[in-house]
Structures are given as structure tokens and as C-alpha cells.
Write a protein that binds this ligand. Structure first.
Ligand SMILES: *Cc1c(COP(=O)(O)O)cnc(C)c1O
Length: 330
């Protein structure tokens, strides 16, 4: 048995997006609501943390240490999980600290996490290691939750999410039945979500395609890194499955502006989902992924009779960070 805690609200709902679909004149669109996973405003990190926190407990850890950007959704969810399961939490956050904590950073503080700020990203790995070593020396028994929770253990969350999806929709059996998505589209960054879905696709026999829209990494890096992560994660099922870069579909056409930079494309996507479906995206991840999806639909990349499932990975609290709050409606 793979150690796992059960605190996510699963299965997350699947909804149709008929008004958006007809407005784009495109394929059938559905959304899987992993922004509703239940832990501290939800998001994709919850599924990973079910496995990561279980591993930390198994190792007798007493503290969770992780790292990310100031408005990291991953760090917010990690801090919440630490509070829920009685761990101390230290977060190494990169970038300029705002005068007043808002959005994710505000929540990190409410959950009682200790913040170590690193101004320059180049120092991040070194300071993370020093923080970890010091906690170890002080007898704090830390467990390192990797960036984005994207270790082989964390990736398992999305392998099982694929199984969940296939049970919810008519995806099982020899013929790919109507209603089962032809494509799954989502935002990919540290690769754990992507790796889990690709592994789940192989293990549970999903017949559609799994397309990650890059938030900040190159296509080559994603294919290489995601296939390795998925292969390593497969060992947890008992037998290694070798996945190759060719098994990974990634599109890095929409991340040129850089991580967290809001452009008209993200603004349009956020506004379209909000005004057509009453559905909120976030400015950094799902906004960018949806902008890619919308562009691909407009370009005729998908067939009109196909079904696309947009996997919502959460992140909406960032909308209320100073950096984005006054920028979204421009
Ligand atoms: C972390 C995150 C992602 C990216 O997931 P990875 O597994 O790191 O690739 C996508 N969307 C949101 C909202 C996130 O917080």
C-alpha cells in the first residue's frame, strides 16, 4: 500500500462549459474543478500533499520545509496541511516581500508558517539547503517538500486523479465512449501534475491525450523532466514503467512573457471564463493555460466534434495579491 492521507474533497466535480464553447465556436468544453479540493481554498497541490504528508509522517518528521514564489499556491497549501497535521512549517519565499501580506502570503502567516525571504532567486537553493540543515541540526526533524510538491511521491496524486476522472466519466471499456474527453488541457510548471497524469494515463489506460500548457518552462525541459518524474513515480506502483519524452505532450508557446507576468492573453481568458461561465481562473497558472487553450481552439487545433477537459488547478487567491488585484481589469 502506498502511504496516503485522505483530506482532499474528492472526487472534484466536473462541469460543462456550454456558453464558452459556443462562443468560441469550438469543441465541447468541460472543466474538472481541482480548485475545489477543500484545503485552504483548494488547488492541485492538495492531491500531492495527501502523499507527501503521509510520507513525512512515516519518516517521523515534525516540520515541513518548502519553497516557492511570494504568492506560491503550493506554499499556502503546504502551510495549511502542516497546521492541520501538527507540523511546524518553514517556507523559503523568493522575491520582494510586500509591506503588507495579502492573498497567499497572508494565509501562510495565518497558518503559522515561518517565512524565510530570499530576494534573489539565484540564492534560493542554497538558502533552502541551509534552512533544512539548520533545522536538522536543531533536532526539528524536517521533511523537504520539493518545489511545487513535484517529487515522485507528490506526482502520485495526479496518477490517481486520472483514475478518478475515468470513473466519473464513461472512459472505461474498449471503445473510447462519447463523453470521455479526447484531450485533457492544463497548466504545467514544476511538472508533478503533468507527470502524474501521464503516468495515470498509462497505468489506467486513458485513451485521450494529455496536453500541458507551459507556464514558465521550455517544451524540451518539460518533456525530459516530466517523463523522468513519471517513470520514477511508477516505481511506487511496484514496477518501473519507462516513459520517454515522446510520451509527454507540452506546448510552450504561451509563456514568453515570463512567470507571473500578466498579459492581455491572460486577462482575456480570465474575463471570458468569468463572464461566460461564472468561473474564476487565476492570473498566473489557469489564466495562462486557458489563454493557450482559447488560442488553440481559435487556430482550429482541435476537431469540432472533440471533447476537451480543462483541468482547473486552482490558484484564485493570487487574484487578490497586490500585484494582480488592480491589473486584471485593464
Ligand atoms: C503549482 C500550480 C500549477 C502547476 O502544477 P505543477 O505540478 O507544478 O506543474 C498549476 N496551477 C496552479 C494554480 C498551481 O498552483
Amino acid at each position: 500500500m502506498i502511504p496516503r492521507l485522505h483530506f482532499a474533497h474528492l472526487p472534484t466535480p466536473i462541469e460543462e462549459l456550454p456558453r464558452l464553447s459556443s462562443m468560441l465556436g469550438g469543441p465541447r468544453l468541460m472543466v474538472k474543478r481541482d480548485d475545489q479540493t477543500g484545503l485552504a481554498f483548494g488547488g492541485n497541490k492538495t492531491r500531492k500533499l495527501e502523499f507527501l504528508v503521509a510520507e513525512a509522517q512515516e519518516q517521523g518528521a515534525k516540520m515541513l520545509i518548502s519553497a516557492g514564489a511570494i504568492q506560491s499556491n503550493h506554499c499556502r497549501q503546504t502551510a495549511a496541511a502542516a497546521a492541520k497535521f501538527g507540523f511546524e512549517c518553514v517556507l523559503v519565499l523568493t522575491g520582494q516581500m510586500p509591506e503588507k501580506a495579502s492573498a497567499n502570503l497572508l494565509m501562510d502567516e495565518l497558518f503559522g508558517a515561518k517565512i524565510v525571504n530570499v530576494f534573489d532567486r539565484a540564492d534560493r537553493d542554497r538558502i533552502l539547503k541551509e534552512t533544512f540543515d539548520k533545522a536538522t541540526a536543531d533536532g526539528k526533524k524536517p521533511y523537504l517538500v520539493p518545489y511545487g510538491g513535484s517529487s515522485p511521491t507528490g506526482a502520485l496524486g495526479y496518477a490517481f486523479a486520472m483514475e478518478e476522472l475515468m470513473k466519473q466519466l464513461p472512459c472505461e471499456g474498449s471503445k473510447s465512449s462519447q463523453g470521455c474527453p479526447d484531450w485533457i488541457v492544463f497548466g504545467t510548471s514544476s511538472g508533478g501534475t503533468h507527470a502524474g497524469l501521464v503516468l495515470g494515463q498509462r497505468v489506467f489506460g486513458f485513451k485521450g491525450r494529455v496536453l500541458g500548457i507551459s507556464i514558465d518552462e521550455s517544451e524540451d525541459w518539460l518533456k525530459e523532466h516530466v517523463s523522468k518524474l513519471a517513470s520514477d513515480a511508477s516505481e511506487k506502483f511496484g514496477k518501473r514503467i519507462e516513459l520517454t519524452p515522446a510520451d509527454v505532450l507540452a506546448n510552450a508557446d504561451y509563456c514568453r512573457a515570463g512567470y507571473g507576468v500578466l498579459t492581455d492573453a491572460e486577462r482575456e481568458a480570465v474575463k471570458l471564463f468569468a463572464s461566460r461561465e461564472g468561473l474564476l481562473l487565476d492570473p498566473v497558472y489557469t489564466g495562462r493555460a486557458a489563454a493557450g487553450l482559447i488560442d488553440l481552439i481559435r487556430k482550429g487545433f482541435f476537431k469540432k466534434d472533440e471533447t476537451i477537459l480543462f483541468w482547473h488547478t486552482g490558484g484564485q487567491p493570487a487574484m487578490f495579491a497586490e500585484k494582480y488585484q488592480f491589473d486584471l481589469l485593464k
